[in-house]
Design a binder for this molecule. Structure first.
Ligand SMILES: [Zn+2]
Length: 300
């Protein structure tokens, strides 16, 4: 690697900094060697974080001459990579100032923040650090190659990409929902309750299932015989499980795919097809397989 912080001079946003890194390192391998990148960019040490209740931290001085990143012990390699990206983001964004002099401390909740409340300066920094980490670990040009015109969205594809980019399923699900050309969302479930969801706010409608409440009762989630670690097939379900459907109008179609995990977590992929889609099929008699085939045929 050739890059130095000089290549990033005058860049302040996550997007601007990541673009400058990719310009200086056009052959950056996938998975992105994030530790090496940190060292090239003046992170002189990566240490274990011992402060309870925090996921990551950054020690630096006012001039940002260099930095030390702290990562919680015992987390998965993928979570560690995300934390490194997040703290590197704090280090490289000149507008990011820590709560206490010279030290950022970031919680697990900070690492999940996607939308800051207006006027919350600290939350805005956390959101930017997360955006930076996602962008550098899953660089948009590399993702575009994966989301070609024939890319049929599926949990299998999302899981394969999380392996390829060496990021957690959760981090890839966020990025997949945001960038896949089809309107996709992921619902994260824990112990049968909706925990959070990821969607592209422009292309996927508001998800009405409430956080902390049970997964809607007619969801594919309840199908008998689902196996842990094996994605279900894709099946169309009633759209009003998840989104608001206006009475008296042709309902949009929402297909679901469910992935149960061993630790009580589950991911549900939602694939939205608007009602005014010219490909909309009125024939409710089609089997789920035929409908899927029909939808997939648009990609071939
Ligand atoms: Zn942070």
């Amino acid at each position: 690697m050739q890059i130095t912080r000089m290549d990033l001079a005058d860049k302040g946003s996550p997007e601007g900094i990541v673009m400058a890194i990719l310009k200086a390192e056009p052959n950056l391998p996938i998975p992105v060697p994030i530790e090496e990148l940190c060292r090239r960019l003046d992170i002189i040490e990566i240490q274990a974080l011992t402060t309870a209740g925090f996921e990551g931290g950054l020690l630096t001085d006012r001039e940002r001459s260099n930095g030390i990143i702290l990562v919680k012990n015992g987390v998965s390699p993928q979570r560690r990579r995300f934390t490194l990206g997040h703290e590197l983001g704090h280090f490289l964004m000149p507008s990011h100032l820590p709560d206490s002099e010279g030290r950022f401390l970031c919680s697990e909740m900070d690492m999940l923040l996607l939308n800051p409340k207006e006027g919350d300066r600290r939350a805005k920094m956390e959101v930017e650090a997360n955006r930076f980490s996602s962008l550098i670990l899953m660089p948009p040009p590399a993702l575009r190659g994966e989301f070609g015109r024939k890319s049929v969205p599926s949990l299998e594809h999302m899981l394969a990409l999380s392996k390829k980019f060496d990021v957690s399923k959760d981090a890839m699900a966020r990025t997949y929902a945001e960038h896949h050309p089809e309107p996709i969302a992921f619902v994260v479930v824990r112990d049968g309750k909706v925990l959070r969801n990821y969607r592209n706010k422009i292309r996927f409608p508001y998800i009405t299932a409430l956080r902390g409440k049970a997964v809607p009762e007619r969801s594919l989630f309840y199908r008998k015989g689902l196996q842990i670690g094996v994605p279900s097939d894709v099946d169309a379900r009633l759209p009003d499980n998840w989104i608001y459907v206006e009475r008296g109008r042709q309902a949009p179609r929402v297909s679901e795919q469910v992935y149960l995990q061993a630790n009580g977590f589950a991911l549900i992929m939602l694939w939205y097809e608007p009602a005014d889609d010219p490909d909309y099929d009125e024939d409710g008699e089609r089997t789920a397989k035929e409908r899927l085939k029909h939808r997939q045929s648009r990609f071939t």
